[in-house]
Ligand binder design. Structure first.
Ligand SMILES: [Zn+2]
Length: 268
């Protein structure tokens, strides 16, 4: 588990986030342009999903000739969580994906939230509560695209939490397949503190891992991970970087989490 001498333990909170995220924002349009260039250079298929005349979502896909697992990743659904888009940008740029997987990637599900550096989209909607009864064009478009894709062996949703004392992860694993959560946390602990609180976001946590109770029907507002669990995958992780820490640390945490999960997911 956690190493007392790990580099992650020496990183300190900035104390900047009072009542909301008050850290740096990102130029999402420039990041998505760079994503497309890197994706095309490394053999991905790129697709722009039309939401309106002025708004499109980027969806990327890459097939590996001998792939034996299908992995879905998304990020940028909350416009005040810059580390996710930066982390997938870095993974695309350096082509640092562990081999052997077909990959599906949505690098930014909330392109209008980032210019405002706020959680919701430009219309004030929290897109990650829209998956049961979608009212936003972004999530209707995203769900329609997901319906055209096959099932996934693993899905990863990259997020940040402005209140967190360190990295943590939600696991949805209703069939009880081998868990990747400890592997993910161990990898992240080398670069970023882990939130070891017994209660995170009102839910029981242990060693930075939350395994929430699982009846999606009990919740009226579904996050993306509930939709994925209901329709697309048996194993889902929501990765939460602590956004009161330096941005480079949060990006490193998410990159390490993705690489650890992709390396550890069993082949079928
Ligand atoms: Zn989030």
């Amino acid at each position: 588990m956690l190493r007392a001498d790990s580099k992650g333990d020496t990183v300190q909170r900035l104390g900047r986030n009072q009542g909301a995220y008050h850290g740096e924002g990102i130029d999402i349009a420039a990041i998505l342009d760079a994503d497309v260039r890197a994706a095309e250079a490394h053999g991905w298929q790129t697709e722009w999903l039309r939401v309106t005349d002025d708004l499109r979502l980027l969806a990327l896909r890459r097939q590996h000739p001998r792939a034996r697992r299908r992995i879905y990743l998304s990020t940028g659904i909350h416009g005040d969580e810059p580390a996710g888009p930066l982390a997938v940008g870095q993974l695309l740029e350096t082509d640092a994906w562990p081999a052997g997987s077909d990959l599906w990637l949505c690098p930014c599900l909330n392109p209008t939230g980032f210019p405002l550096n706020r959680r919701e989209n430009a219309e004030g909607k929290d897109l990650n509560r829209e998956y049961r009864h979608p009212t936003s064009g972004e999530i209707r478009t995203h769900i329609a695209w997901l319906e055209r894709q096959p099932d996934f062996d693993l899905s990863l949703c990259l997020h940040e939490d402005w209140e967190a004392h360190g990295f943590y992860v939600y696991e949805l694993n209703p069939s009880g397949v081998p868990s990747l959560a400890e592997t993910i946390v161990d990898a992240v602990a080398r670069v970023c503190p882990i939130d070891l609180s017994p209660l995170i976001e009102g839910r029981e946590a242990r060693g930075g891992i939350i395994r929430p109770s699982l009846d999606p029907r009990s919740r009226p507002d579904w996050p993306e991970a509930f939709h994925l669990m209901q329709y697309k995958t048996r194993l889902s992780y929501t990765l939460e970087a602590p956004s009161d820490f330096p941005l480079a640390v949060r990006v490193a945490a998410l990159v390490a989490a993705v690489q650890a999960a992709l390396s550890a997911v069993p082949q079928r």
